[in-house]
Design a protein around this ligand. Sequence first.
Ligand code: FES
Length: 117
Amino acid sequence: MSDFVSVAKVGDIPDGEARTFPVNGRMVAVFNSDGELHAINDTCPHMGASLATGHVEDGAVTCPWHAWRYCIKNGTWLDNPNPKLATDSYELRVEGDDVQVLVPDPPPRSATPESSE
Ligand code: FES
């Protein structure tokens, strides 16, 4: 069962920047925007660039490869409202000096039909 995981200390991520952390099998980008911390999946759904290396402005990150923009609060693709094109966002909390994120376990693989032979 997934639980919150400490990934950094408060102050480790400069304002306007992001850092990536492996959590529960995924790469998570934690952004600091004007002192607010947010966590989304680091992998751009388009072709896999690291969103943490993109430019952050006004609550959005611009992918460094093809300039698609995502909301750093909820992962919405800001250039297209189709929810299937969003990236995942994760719960984040600060416990004492620790920045913690919660990345849910991946859904179980669907059972494959067994052969009748
Ligand atoms: S890889 Fe991010 S916009 Fe293309």
